[in-house]
Design a protein around this ligand. Structure first.
Ligand SMILES: CC(C)(COP(=O)(O)OP(=O)(O)OC[C@H]1O[C@@H](n2cnc3c(N)ncnc32)[C@H](O)[C@@H]1OP(=O)(O)O)[C@@H](O)C(=O)NCCC(=O)NCCS
Length: 188
């Protein structure tokens, strides 16, 4: 990756979404290192070194052309320093303009609507600037907060993958919505 697609920060009422910088390492590790956060991401918690590697990779932005091109943005409060979480959108099928979105926020910021606000802004970016046709999210069937975010994004539940996780027999829902189905929220 050497071309940056996304350079200008995206602003919502309370948040700024921007590319990660090295200075966000401690903040990212504070949530990516938590078992309760990793649980729904189907991978072990990230140690500090893995977070540093991730920032090196995602901090450059991405092309938006081929399968697996992926944009992850740091979410910051406008009225306070630091990174409070992240949102991502990934091109899963370029030919179909189909993308996956996701979000990771620490429990100590939970329930204040920050994840929803950031996910909405990224949904609108995906539809308006990345020409995404269909946007979907994969959510563990026990992840009530993420299901709620999907609903706030006007996504509908389109699939129930029963016990698709071999290790713990968990199940997933796939939520999705189309560009033509949503009214964009207003951002700067
Ligand atoms: C899922 C996650 C992003 C939610 O973060 P959050 O900061 O609580 O999100 P919000 O404040 O925007 O709340 C989202 C909705 O979930 C609800 N909610 C929050 N915690 C909840 C819980 N434990 N149970 C049920 N609903 C919950 C909120 O009330 C809100 O609903 P509302 O809009 O009707 O009020 C966060 O818990 C997280 O990152 N978890 C670990 C990683 C993860 O699951 N990522 C998603 C993988 S698909």
């Amino acid at each position: 990756m050497n071309a940056t697609l996304f350079a200008q920060p995206l602003k919502t009422d309370r948040l700024t979404l921007r590319l990660f910088a090295e200075s966000g390492l401690d903040d990212m590790y504070a949530y990516q290192g938590l078992p309760e956060v990793a649980r729904y991401l189907y991978r072990p918690p990230r140690d500090r070194a893995r977070c540093a590697e991730a920032i090196e990779r995602i901090g450059q932005g991405t092309h938006w052309k081929e399968d697996s091109d992926s944009l992850t943005l740091a979410v910051c409060r406008r009225d306070a320093p630091g990174v409070i979480g992240e949102v991502m959108v990934s091109l899963s099928a370029a030919q179909a303009a189909q993308a996956e979105t996701g979000w990771v926020f620490p429990p100590d910021h939970g329930g204040r609507g920050y994840a929803t606000e950031a996910a909405l802004a990224l949904r609108d970016l995906a539809f308006q600037q990345l020409s995404v046709h269909s946007l979907f999210a994969r959510v563990d069937a026990d992840n009530a907060a993420s299901m709620r975010i999907c609903e706030r994004l006007s996504m509908r539940r389109e699939a129930h993958l029963v016990e698709n996780d071999r290790d713990d027999r968990g199940s997933e829902y796939i939520y999705a919505t189309l560009a033509r189905e949503v009214e964009p929220t207003v951002t700067d």
